[in-house]
Design a protein around this ligand. Structure first.
Ligand SMILES: [Zn+2]
Length: 394
């Protein structure tokens, strides 16, 4: 994460145009007003003002300490006899309110959230809160809540890519490796590598992600899709080549050549029908294939396995056995062998694929787990499973 902007002692033009704000008082004897006007993950950009104790927020966050008591800001303060105010135009009120509440040990805003009731909003709220805590270097303040949040998230079913990305960030910053790898696994296999243009503008992209994660997802998904579609393209090209003769898919070696040729033609016809059924004929370019690795595997695996009858209904006038004639017999063994020889390739899609965490991610998550105390907790454990967790709601 990049460091936050230096605080300003003057309002931004947009903030100045606002009508007077209702002030949330975190400390009646507070000496500092913090104005925020950023946008949260749900699109809300309601500005807000908080009356806080400057020493309390500085104690809780080295970033605030530098902001508030660094030489630059202090000099400004001494010259100004009016109220001490800083403006944070990038920070959302819904995220900063719970951060300030935790800093001031004000827990009256705590609301228990049932796992079954947890929809997207609590995930986004948690995400915004964790982003703010990371930005101001005070993730350790979340220690009393991290255990409950993680256990709650484990029960939440999320199918949208951007919310999964947010969930990955929460696990990443709270220090829960199992949840992180599980979420990234789902992100790798479950979504196309290309940006979905149909996402509405209101569905904001996550503002913070683990370093390099977006690139890794695109890289892995692209390679998985290429690995899945390449054998299909190769077999089609081989079928359609002008080179005469059998292509090696009819296994009935005792049949007449014409019978075997007919068998291969039927295999080709079945293959084209199968591809066309899934809008994949002609085979689209990789960039125009809006398909996740998982979905593509569901299409290509039956094509090669013959489970859908690539040639099981072979018209066998010569009474020869063509039951073994299928695409898979010839192609997958050689392809798999080639993949095994290449150690540097990105992962190949399999039904039981699991994301292998990078050492940098592992190191960060381990350090965070010490901050949040999750290194002392064993997950998942049935007797520790919780049906609700305490989540800050604004
Ligand atoms: Zn055959």
């Amino acid at each position: 994460m990049s460091d936050p902007r230096p605080p300003s002692t003057t309002p931004s033009s947009s903030a100045a145009a606002q009508t007077p704000l209702t002030t949330t008082v975190l400390d009646p004897r507070g000496d500092l007003f913090i104005h925020v006007s950023g946008t949260d993950s749900s699109g809300s950009n309601e500005p807000a003002r908080f009356k806080v104790c400057s020493r309390t927020v500085a104690r809780a966050s080295k970033v605030f300490d530098t902001m508030l008591f660094g030489s630059f800001v202090e000099a400004k303060k001494l010259q100004d006899t009016s109220e001490w105010a800083v403006y944070l135009p990038d920070d959302a009120a819904s995220a900063m309110k719970p951060v300030f509440e935790i800093m001031h040990s004000n827990f009256s805003g705590l609301v228990p959230i049932e796992a079954k009731d947890t929809e997207r909003a609590p995930i986004r709220h948690m995400y915004d809160l964790v982003v703010a805590a990371d930005k101001y270097k005070c993730v350790a303040l979340l220690r009393p809540f991290a255990d409950g949040w993680v256990q709650l998230l484990l029960d939440v079913k999320v199918n949208e890519e951007r919310d999964l990305l947010r969930m990955a960030w929460i696990y990443y910053q709270l220090g829960y490796k199992h949840g992180y790898t599980r979420t990234i696994t789902q992100l790798v296999v479950g979504f196309p590598p290309w940006i979905d243009d149909t996402i509405t503008p209101q569905d904001l992209a996550p503002s913070a992600l683990p370093p390099g994660l977006s690139e890794t997802l695109i890289h892995y998904r692209s390679h998985m899709i290429r690995d899945l579609i390449d054998p299909v393209e190769r077999v089609v090209l081989r079928f359609l080549s002008t080179t005469p003769g059998l292509k090696g898919h009819c296994m009935s070696s005792l049949s007449e050549p014409k019978d075997r040729q007919d068998c291969e033609h039927r295999i080709l016809g079945k293959l084209i029908c199968d591809l066309n059924k899934h809008n994949m004929w002609p085979i689209p370019e990789l960039e125009k294939l809006p398909c996740s690795p998982e979905a593509l595997a569901r299409i290509t695996t039956p094509v090669f396995s013959g489970r859908e009858g690539a040639n099981t209904s072979c018209n066998n006038q010569s009474h020869m056995d063509h039951s073994a004639c299928a695409l898979r017999r010839r192609l997958t063994s050689g392809w798999s062998r080639k993949l095994k020889l290449s150690q540097s390739r990105p992962p190949t899609y399999t039904d039981n694929y699991e994301y292998k965490i990078h050492p940098d991610e592992d190191g960060h998550i381990s350090r965070q787990s010490v901050l949040t105390g999750l290194n002392l907790v064993t997950f998942p454990a049935a007797n520790r499973k919780r049906k609700s967790a305490i989540v800050f709601l604004s």
